[in-house]
Write a protein that binds this ligand. Structure first.
Ligand code: PLP
Length: 447
């Protein structure tokens, strides 16, 4: 490893950081993380903090998950790579598919298609949804519906269903036929509705209205996150996702649950769909499937969709889609170990308990700081604090305020993430109560 001076001098000289203007990284050098243990990360200056971000919503089991590290090392030794394209398979991925089938059986999902990450998983589900309708002779079903403020990765399909202009405008024109309805975001919505149940109802009515406007027979799928994540952690009213499911079923529209963040315990349930009692047609997963230790993802597929592909007599079911790294044996080995550890450690219970602790801590901060407009959470370890310049007008806090808060919180012991005017918390699910206290104290210092 080069010395610290070299690394600091060249932090952003020869690389562009994702989701950052290149000039920004040169002006405000990114923190250089050099090691991590448990729930803590250490930077190049030796400063150690609790990771309130959990890598990027993915390091659910923390940084010292030995069984996963060992599984990766052993698999690299035995079979570092083999493709599962037509005609070949590998032993590890078969075992993983069987374990995932058992894990997601309560969600009605029994087949897996493997990918290299979240954006790939979204793209896979969007493409297979169109193919499903074509196999069934409904080739006109090509459009997609989604939520404003939703985030579905950055490939062209995912970007097209994204509901945030920041990830769209510079790359337009995107895919035609993608339409967005209002998110059930109680703090800000076009209906000026502050009651979550009534807002849920209004958003569902907007969905019905959009379907009628587009024509149900033109729509392939509706895609949503069970709890919006990158858009600012927006948990919907419990009626919302079941309502979407019912509307989709009524109109023959497939429901894609984008659970790249929410699967594997983050919400305090084993999946976000299970949290709301919904059985989607496709579920996109990635991130925590390998605890962030290997780029990997899986799209889980319902029995109903599988049946259409597997019993096709039209010749339209050949899957013309896949990635060199679909079913990568090292990723599969990591995922197998993660699934076992996730269940053995019962992180879902800890996520719920620590989530409540953080939510209560953030609510207490809100009573002390006018800067806090809204606190969102209540479902495991995904939480957000929305900062405002002024509570009455709800004017979002300035970018410089957010940056200052983040850097003071970091100096005080916690890495937190800033997204627009939101501070987002998504720590490892193995967070301790002492870690949670550190995060709240660091935010207190920042505020
Ligand atoms: N979908 C959701 C809900 C996400 O939160 C993300 C990433 O944060 C993605 C898709 C894209 O995943 P990736 O960055 O692994 O491509």
């Amino acid at each position: 490893m080069k010395d610290a001076n070299f690394l600091k001098a060249n932090n952003a000289r020869s690389l562009w950081h994702p989701m950052t203007a290149p000039a920004d990284s040169l002006e405000n050098p990114p923190v250089i993380v050099t090691s991590a243990q448990g729930t803590r990360i250490r930077d190049i200056d030796g400063h150690e903090v609790v990771d309130g971000v959990g890598g990027l919503w993915n390091v659910n089991l923390g940084y010292s998950c030995q069984p996963v590290k060992e599984a990766i090392a052993a698999q690299l030794d035995r079979l570092p790579y083999y493709s599962i394209f037509r005609g070949t398979s590998n032993d590890c991925v078969i075992e993983l598919a069987e374990d995932l089938r058992a894990f997601f059986a309560p969600d009605g999902l029994t087949r897996a298609f493997f990918t290299s990450g979240g954006s790939d998983s979204v793209e896979t589900a969007l493409r297979l949804a169109r193919q499903y309708h074509k196999i069934r002779g409904q080739a006109g079903r090509v459009k997609y519906l989604s939520l404003k403020k939703g985030y579905h990765g950055t490939h062209f399909g995912g970007a097209s269903v994204n509901g945030n202009a920041n990830f769209r405008t510079a790359y337009e024109p995107l895919l035609p036929g993608c339409h967005h309805i209002p998110a059930p975001y109680t703090y800000r919505n076009p209906f000026n509705e502050s009651d979550p149940a009534r807002l849920s109802h209004l958003c569902l009515a907007a969905l019905e209205d959009e379907i009628a406007f587009q024509g149900a027979g033109t729509i392939a799928a509706f895609i949503m996150e069970p709890i919006l994540g990158a858009g600012g952690v927006i948990p919907p009213h419990p009626d919302f996702m079941p309502g979407v499911e019912a509307i989709c079923r009524k109109h023959g529209i497939l429901l894609i649950a984008d659970e790249v963040i929410t699967a594997f315990g983050r919400t305090g349930a084993w999946s976000g769909s299970r949290l709301w009692g919904v059985k989607p047609d496709f579920m996109c997963t990635a991130k925590a499937i390998t605890n962030g230790y290997f780029p990997f993802g899986a799209v889980m597929i319902s029995e109903g969709v599988a049946d259409v592909f597997e019993t096709d007599a039209t010749g339209r079911a050949a899957i013309g889609h896949g990635y060199t790294y679909s079913g990568h044996p090292v990723g599969a080995a990591a995922a197998l170990a993660c699934l076992r550890e996730t269940q053995r450690l019962n992180v879902v219970e800890n996520a719920a308990a620590r989530g409540t602790q953080l939510f209560d801590g953030l609510k207490a901060l809100q009573t002390r700081y006018d800067l806090i407009g809204d606190v969102r959470g209540g479902h495991g370890l995904m939480l957000a604090v929305e900062l405002v310049a002024d509570r009455a007008s709800r004017t979002p806090a300035d970018k410089s305020v957010m940056a200052r808060l983040q850097s003071v919180a970091y100096a005080a012991g916690a890495m937190v993430r800033v997204s627009g005017a939101n501070i987002i918390l998504s720590p490892p699910l193995v967070l301790t109560d002492a870690d949670a206290d550190v995060i709240i104290a660091a935010l207190d210092a920042g505020l």
